[in-house]
Design a binder for this molecule. Sequence first.
Ligand code: ACO
Length: 399
Amino acid sequence: MAKFFGRIEFPCTIELGRGLEGAITNVTQIGYVDGQAGALIYRGYSIEDLCEHSNFEEVAYLLMFGKLPTASERADFETKLQQGGTLPEPVMHLIEAKPKDAHPMNVLQSAVAALACYDEESLEVTHNVSDPAAAMKAETDVAIRILARTRTVASAIARARLGRPLIQPDPELDFTSNYLYMMTGEKPDEVTRRVMDVCLILQADHGMNASTFTAMVVHSSLSDMYSTIAAAIGSLRGPLHGGANEAALADLQTIGNPENAKTWSQEKMSKGEKIIGFGHRVYKALDPRATVLKRHAEVLCKQKGFESLFETANTVEREVTAAMEAKGKKIYPNVDFYSGLVYHALGFPTPLFPVIFAVSRTAGWLARVLEYLPENRIFRPRAVYSGQTDQTYVPIDQR
Ligand code: ACO
């Protein structure tokens, strides 16, 4: 029987626009973006609170299970992540076999899709309609494995690009330390681990963005979880979404120094070009993730000798924000404007930036599809047809 949400009393006026602007996909308890106030919450907790007191594993648990874990739940979740993160050898070979200059997001997407071939449970669970509770439990276990494995694939990509031997997870390390360890071959110092953890927390979920919607659409056909996450990675890859942080950093490097930033920003705006790392469909105030990341970017850039790059970013922000405000437009830096700077200061190669984003957002994608699954209904919107209706077929030699 068709299920309707009924009339939705939402604290905003909804006007439908291109790109499904204003459309409602479902009712969720996972996270909320308050675009007017510039606030982001996961399950009721502000991201500022979580960044200060929590860690990525706990936040992933919170998103997926709806509450902060007890000590034993957290230990159990960590054990599952540690045990589930090892990659099958053929997937390691697949990553190594890709061209070294292939875009890491394409490698990530194909490796995650390939993982399905080595996880039989993932191919069976969504089809077990006779025992929905068992299906949910199995699907959740698959989801935890995918989170751990996506991270391992991301690290393997970083090493394969440099022709270095790939490393499997160290069972003694937490999720984020393991990510950095498998990427660099060295256990991270506490500052690096902490900043990386904050980056992963900040990007774990963000409302019904393009990649999350992609994940939900794919999973709503009861596809397997690996296909779902691979599709979401494909959506995240684009420069209007997760690919923006690499483009934003490239712009800062092209500008070169804070003195050039004013002219560069003004030229861009006078040509009517978009400035990457600015603007957002939902935020009409400063993106709260950008605020947290800017603080880290400033400290890290000072430590690592990138003060000029940070000042360049700061000047671009000032110029663009002021010019936009003068035009009555609410265009502010988004998460990608400062995340690229943080990753650069941490020493990560630019093409890997969206991959880090994907590892983090996998937690949100999984949480959202798991939430929707018990009352799943396949997504099937409609388009308004504005084409012709009365054409008659013309043979090819008469056209
Ligand atoms: N620079 C200058 N002007 C901008 C920018 C920008 N970055 N973003 C939006 N605008 C202007 C547009 O020109 C438009 O002006 P107009 O009404 O006079 O035509 C208005 O603001 C609305 O812009 P849209 O593109 O319609 O906004 P939309 O909601 O469709 O797009 C998006 C949002 C894709 C994020 C857009 O702001 C953009 O392209 N930003 C640059 C890319 C970027 O930083 N992406 C990362 C987003 S965050 C994330 O995915 C994690």
